[in-house]
Design a protein around this ligand. Structure first.
Ligand SMILES: [Zn+2]
Length: 174
């Protein structure tokens, strides 16, 4: 069920109708995310399944967001692709106080006014949370020489002429 994703949504109505939204969202429309990316080309595959929890009567959305994000490796400073597949279940609550009554499988999604919700902002929040604090390549990405830098320094110390050798040389001149 592919369609063009709407920019704004009314999540409560979507939940009541039990709708599924699925489509591609360009990464560059998400400004805060773009700022932490090395390159904001490409898109995220969005699938949002809106429904009402049969037991709790709570409207919710189950989201699945799949993307390959371009980040900078903290170890070698080269670009790397980081694959994310975020799955989240967000229960819509109209105020903070209702959060406590939620079942454990849901994260609260507080919607405290009737304004339409920008769909990309939900996706953006989840993707930002999925980015590792210190991105690193899966493989050991530094060249082998870098690991031996420490040994080279020690060799340099050993080659220094000891003060006793200098003294000995002075004495022999007498
Ligand atoms: Zn690296």
């Amino acid at each position: 069920m592919h369609q063009k994703l709407p920019i704004e949504i009314d999540p409560f109505r979507l939940a009541k109708s039990g709708l599924i939204l699925e489509g591609e969202l360009p990464l560059k429309v998400m400004r805060r995310l773009s700022e932490v990316l090395h390159d904001d080309h490409g898109s995220v595959h969005v699938k949002m399944n809106f429904d009402v929890d049969k037991v709790l009567g709570t409207p919710y959305v189950h989201g699945e967001f799949t993307a390959s994000l371009s980040l900078i490796c903290e170890r070698c400073s080269e670009p790397m692709q980081y694959k994310v597949n975020v799955q989240c279940s967000l229960a819509m609550v109209s105020n903070e106080r209702k959060i406590e009554s939620l079942a454990e499988q849901y994260e609260p999604w507080v919607i405290d006014n009737d304004n339409p919700v920008i769909l990309s902002s939900i996706v953006e929040d989840e993707l930002i949370l999925a980015i590792p604090l210190i991105p690193k390549h899966d493989h050991s990405c530094l060249p082998a020489e870098a690991w031996f830098a420490g040994e080279e320094i020690e060799e340099g110390v050993e080659k220094k002429v000891s003060p006793f050798a200098v003294l000995a040389a002075l004495k022999s001149k007498d």
